[in-house]
Design a protein around this ligand. Structure first.
Ligand code: ARG
Length: 462
């Protein structure tokens, strides 16, 4: 006889139940209950397959499959009593199934183990999150395309080192983020395709002697095929690592954009006005409108990348096959997924609602000698100067304008000719920001025509 308090799933060889601390460190039900729907879907597919292959009777499979739906509805309605003593979602569901349908419940775990079960559930959960990320990214890309289209020819300063560099267009800047989020989207799709192999039927680690049909369960659960090596199938968490690294890279992109929005919405820049719906006020300073959503998005990369690092460290050095360390995978992924989806949605909302201040952008575009490179290029193109000499001449003209406290187009032709005698008044044609951006016609350049070409390409792609 085993002790009353020993585990009903594996208590056979145990004389005593676990210490309370053991139960606390061992249990995952506090978080893995989020995989209830996936667990039940996996078990229903497994039961159907066990009947189809003659391992269990049709009537037992029928009872199991229906009973599992009852359990699912209890969980969804909130009436299900989760028990820490039953460790995890897998044992909580199975124990309740036993209460609901009795003896046939004990046949469900034939030819499988919690090791392939948890890998299957978790893969199904992560796969759903890849799909949610795809939807979130597509919505954000669409919002950026709308901004880009509206301001394809609005001029603004382009920066390097956050110092004015050359004029660019608003559309071009928005499209830079479309490219980044587009790569995130392709990473999501790649990783999702790669992960879509079913662990179910790998059993504890070695496969099973029952004549199971792994193809059948794989298909029922929307996997492309069964995973080909049972040891790998139960111990692989690459899919979670790829999810977290994909999320991390995307979070980096989100945080860079968020940082720009924080800067751009400041009184010193006034490049954009964020909507009231995505800003907050200050309880003491009545004039304030703070870009909190942007700041929080900027910060989310910390926890998302933290989750990535944490799981990398959990997996590092684990011998094959399953080790309980791997139970630490879920909280990291759950938290990162929640925050990634939230950040994507908040960014989409902010981008949709924000107003680009065309006049402020244009005023800033011309400041800081932003057309100096155009001037140097003119000296090369029209006067045939080597670029290095043209750079030097332009540098002298910039210094002169700086001394006079004016911009490059405000220098007189006499001023210009005092530095290089061959300069003609044709030079003024390249000193306006409009001409500057219009001249950047190289593929992928900032000229409005080029920006519109890229917008069109993206729209066709979506
Ligand atoms: N709760 C466990 C986890 O999340 C399920 C697998 C347990 N397997 C085992 N052999 N103890 O990883």
């Amino acid at each position: 006889m085993t002790d009353q308090s020993s585990n009903q799933m594996w208590g056979g060889r145990f004389a005593a139940g676990p210490d309370a601390i053991m139960e606390a460190i061992n249990a995952s039900i506090g978080f893995d209950q989020r995989m209830a729907a996936q667990d039940i879907a996996g078990s229903r597919a497994h039961a159907a397959m066990l009947a189809a292959t003659g391992v269990i009777s049709d009537s037992d499979a029928q009872a199991i499959r229906e009973g599992l739906l009852t359990v699912l509805s209890e969980i969804q309605s909130g009436s299900f009593q989760f028990s820490t003593a039953l460790e995890d979602i897998h044992m909580n569901v199975e124990a309740r199934l036993k209460e609901v349908i009795g003896e046939p419940a004990g046949r469900l775990h034939t030819g499988r183990s919690r090791n392939d079960q948890v890998a299957t559930d978790f893969k199904l959960w992560v796969r759903d999150q890849f799909d949610a990320a795809e939807i979130g990214l597509l919505a954000l890309i669409r919002a950026l395309l709308t901004q880009a289209e509206a301001g394809a020819d609005w001029v603004m300063p382009g920066f390097t080192h956050l110092q004015t560099a050359q004029p660019v267009t608003w559309g071009h800047h928005m499209m830079a983020y479309v490219e980044m989020f587009g790569r995130d989207l392709s990473r999501v799709r790649d990783a999702r395709a790669r992960m879509n192999e079913s662990p179910l039927g790998a059993a504890a680690l070695a496969g099973t002697s029952f004549p199971i049909d792994r193809q059948m369960t794989a298909e029922a659960l929307g996997f492309d095929r069964p995973a080909a090596n049972s040891l790998d199938a139960v111990s692989d968490r690459d899919f979670a690592l790829e999810f977290l690294s994909t999320a991390s890279i995307c979070a980096v992109h989100l945080s860079r954009f968020a940082e720009e929005l924080v800067i751009w919405s400041s009184a010193q820049f006034r490049f954009v006005t964020l909507s009231d719906r995505f800003s907050t006020g200050s309880s003491i300073m009545p004039q304030k409108k703070n870009p909190d959503a942007a700041e929080l998005i900027r910060a989310k990369v910390g926890r998302i990348y933290g989750a990535n690092t944490a799981l990398m460290m959990v997996m590092k050095g684990l011998p094959l096959a399953y080790s309980k360390d791997m139970q630490e995978d879920k909280e990291q992924v759950f938290d990162a997924a929640d925050n990634w989806m939230l950040a994507l949605a908040a960014m989409e909302g902010m981008v949709k609602d924000m107003t680009a201040n065309r006049d402020s952008l244009a005023a800033a575009a011309g400041s800081g000698f932003s057309t100096a490179t155009d001037l140097a290029d003119w000296l090369v193109r029209v006067l045939g100067l080597p670029f290095r000499d043209a750079h030097h001449v332009t540098g002298s003209l910039v210094a002169m304008a700086e001394t006079k406290g004016c911009d490059l187009p405000d220098l007189t032709l006499d001023d210009m000719q005092s530095v290089h005698g061959d300069i003609t008044d044709d030079v003024y044609s390249v000193l306006t920001v409009e001409n500057s951006v219009n001249s950047r016609q190289s593929y992928g350049g900032t000229a409005p025509d080029q920006v519109r070409t890229q917008i069109k390409r993206w729209k066709a792609r979506l």
